[in-house]
Design a protein around this ligand. Structure first.
Ligand code: DGJ
Length: 710
């Protein structure tokens, strides 16, 4: 037996007499060290639980590998030919989790075609995560074609499982949906060229019998992905995750190798535990660079305040408001460049529109810095408009099929990032503009999906993948060159919240939907796989531009402060008292910023299970709890709110954050055991009339700071 352990979990492999490599066990850590006795009684055929599989070995399940050989055959029989503990290989341009504690390499081989598969497993011990990817090499004398190359295959016994996916759409990203699959194949995938809002690569799988383990899987990848869960009639389940095999046909010449993206898996005793482990993994092993553990600034973004109708005068006026409420960084959104007056032009022309900004970005940035604000700007580098100087000069840069009218979406086409010249153009033009204004922040947007895929530079069968490699090369180049700059990724809101981009850009714009009530669901869903320190959240105007609903400014803040706080609001439409409220909110947020951004997040009550949402962030000797009533009813007799994660033996002081719409204040002392077992009994704290008058929906929220006294 070969084992890989994390602090609390064990992954066990074994090799049988036919040199078949199998997975014996993945679950809670086991302490046995000698398996000799066990192996002699343990007679289940290894062929049922394979580390990697293909067609031709009498296994008719979905497989991790499918190769087509020059003679037209598809048979690959993988045999174990060795393993060793090694240094995790560098797989760039693909992103990779950093600082692995231990890496195990297995070598598998097909003796006829001489295809080899090196399957790697790396342990991240403290957060109980294991990652896996493989390198497939054509050791034969003729070319072959990879038709499927998954990163991770996990075979388990049993046939009662529940799956949770985090799917959605624009404005409602990553909403959990639970599935109870029977015998058959369950697929979660994306074919649009992006990890997508429609189906995030994160999935949870819960075993409903036996050990009742909870598993999570994810992928460090931003393109077409596939997660398959196949339950068979033979009481087994196979979980696969990796690049989608849709339109995939990658040629491998003799001696050439293909590396898959890195997949992530975690096992725990509950979904809550999975969430905590995934957060720790993202914080410690995915996000990197100067910003990894640094407190993030409170931003102001002008998009909802101006849309394309931006003038220097309006921007300066908004900047005054931003400085007044205590924001620290101004993000100039879409519309500052080329001849951009609507969405139909100028994509690719990354130079300032001097009719809108008379002194360009540099002049504006200086002006804003004079007001005490740092400066960042929006770009959508992967796109090109027909009506742009770039297209006029280089129509061949666009992703277009000769002889076919391209599909235009949001007025734009995509650039062909498989072309090295296009990648160079992006690095040069973006570096130029970033240097000119000494950018502190970049918001990297992506507003359409891929249709007219075509390349003269690469291989059509691997286009989607090669595009993503090209994208990673450009981003790696820029993020390495400008390590002080904070990059935020965005894709029409949160359409590319994935572990691949998070290796380069430490935060993501979560969703364009800033309605507090909808945001609670979006944030709760997102937090299943991604910590609050990567999740941007803004306070915006009411009625909300996406839903038309209104809710108090205090609700909007309480919800946004679950993530990286920003404001995206037209101050010209705010009253003096709103401004003062936002100033106080920002001050409070900054005071507790480390806790709010980097504390241990804990979902206490989920909006998906009840009409309340309660979450906490926990630090060493302090915590914050946010309580949201989603249906604040008249004349209600509320149940207490049980807190969680506090030290039951300790005494705490609980203080409600003062809110402009609540007259009462609350401050008291109680033990951890009281707060976790009896709970917060808020009496009529939610009965305040003002909440209801301000809202068109009936949500009401309160925030509490909890400090350990002894
Ligand atoms: C979509 C983003 O999600 C918005 O925040 C904004 O940046 C627009 N694009 C600008 O076009």
């Amino acid at each position: 037996m070969i084992r890989l352990d994390t602090e609390n979990t064990t992954l066990l492999f074994s090799v049988d007499g036919n040199n078949i490599l199998g997975v014996e066990y993945y679950g809670k850590r086991i302490t046995d060290t000698n398996f000799d006795g066990l192996l002699s009684v343990h007679r289940e055929p290894r062929a049922e639980r394979l580390v990697a599989s293909s067609f031709g070995a009498y296994d008719f399940r979905e497989s991790s590998l499918l190769a087509e050989y020059a003679d037209g055959t598809f048979v690959t029989r993988l045999r174990y030919c060795g393993h060793n503990f090694t240094k995790k290989p560098d797989i760039s341009p693909l992103p990779s989790a950093r600082d692995a504690d231990e890496t195990l390499e297995f070598c598998l081989w097909d003796e006829v075609t001489e295809l080899t598969v090196k399957q790697y497993f790396s342990a991240y011990k403290k957060c109980d995560v294991i990652t896996s990817f493989c390198v497939i090499e054509n050791g034969g004398k003729s070319p072959c074609w990879l038709r499927k190359a998954m990163s991770l295959q996990l075979d388990l016994s049993g046939d009662k499982f529940e799956i949770t996916t985090f799917n959605g759409a624009w404005g409602r990203e990553r909403i959990p949906s639970r599935h109870k699959p029977g015998i058959g194949i369950f697929r979660n995938d994306s074919k649009s060229g992006a990890s997508s809002a429609e189906s995030n690569p994160l999935i949870y799988v819960e075993e409903k019998r036996g050990a009742k383990r909870h598993f999570a899987f994810n992928l460090l990848y931003s393109g077409n992905h596939l997660e398959e869960v196949e339950i068979t009639s033979y009481n087994s389940v196979r979980i696969l995750t990796g690049i989608n095999d849709f339109m995939f046909r990658k040629k491998l010449m003799p001696c050439q190798a293909f590396t898959t993206p890195e997949a992530v898996m975690c096992v725990a005793e509950s979904d809550e535990e999975l969430e905590t482990r995934m957060h720790a993994f993202v914080k410690r092993h995915i996000v990197r660079g100067e910003w990894a553990e640094r407190e993030r600034p409170v931003v102001f973004n002008n998009w909802e305040a101006t849309y394309f109708d931006m003038t220097e005068e309006k921007i300066l006026c908004l900047a005054d408001g931003a400085a007044q409420i205590g924001a620290e960084l101004f993000v100039l959104d879409d519309g500052w460049f080329g001849q951009r007056y609507d969405e139909n032009s100028s994509m690719g022309d990354w130079y300032p529109n001097c009719k809108k900004l008379k002194d360009g970005l540099a002049g504006l940035a200086d002006n804003l810095r004079g007001k005490g604000l740092k400066f960042g700007f929006w770009v959508e580098p992967e796109m090109i408009s027909k009506n742009s100087d770039l297209y006029r000069a280089h129509p061949e840069y666009a992703m277009e099929i000769p002889g076919r009218e391209p599909y235009i979406q949001r007025g734009e086409m995509m650039l062909d990032l498989t072309n090295p010249e296009v990648r160079q153009y992006l690095v040069d033009s973006l570096s130029h503009v970033m240097e000119e204004c000494k950018a502190d922040f970049i918001k990297w947007d992506f507003n359409r999906l891929m249709t007219d895929v075509f390349t003269v530079c690469g291989e059509m069968g691997a286009y989607f993948h090669e595009y993503i490699l090209g994208l990673y090369e450009v981003i790696r180049n820029l993020t390495d060159r400008y390590p002080h700059v904070l990059f935020e990724s965005c894709a029409s809101g949160g359409g590319r919240m994935d572990l691949g981009l998070l290796c380069f850009m430490p935060q993501v714009w979560t969703s364009d939907n800033t309605d507090a009530r909808d945001r609670i669901a979006i944030q709760e869903g997102t937090l299943f796989g991604y910590p609050q320190s990567v999740m941007s959240a803004h306070v915006s105007i009411c009625p909300n531009h996406q839903t038309g609903d209104s809710t108090s400014i205090e609700n909007r803040f309480n919800v946004a402060s679950c993530g990286l706080l920003g404001f995206e609001i037209d101050f010209m439409k705010c009253t003096a008292s709103d401004m003062e409220t936002m100033r106080r909110q920002t001050e409070y947020y900054k005071q507790h910023r480390r806790l709010l951004q980097f504390g241990r997040y804990r979902k206490v009550e989920s909006c998906f299970d009840s009409d309340r949402s309660v979450w906490m962030v926990l630090g060493e000797n302090e915590a914050i709890a946010v309580i949201v009533e989603l249906e604040n009813k008249v004349c209600r007799h509320g149940e207490p709110y049980l807190l969680s994660g506090l030290d039951e033996e300790s005494l705490y002081e609980v203080t409600m954050r003062p809110q402009c719409n609540v007259e009462q204040t609350l401050s008291f002392q109680a033990t951890g055991s009281y707060l976790c077992n009896v709970g917060l009994v808020l009496g009529d704290l939610f009965a305040d009339e003002t909440d209801r008058h301000e809202n068109s929906n009936s949500i009401a929220s309160r925030m509490f700071y909890i400090r350990k006294i002894s």
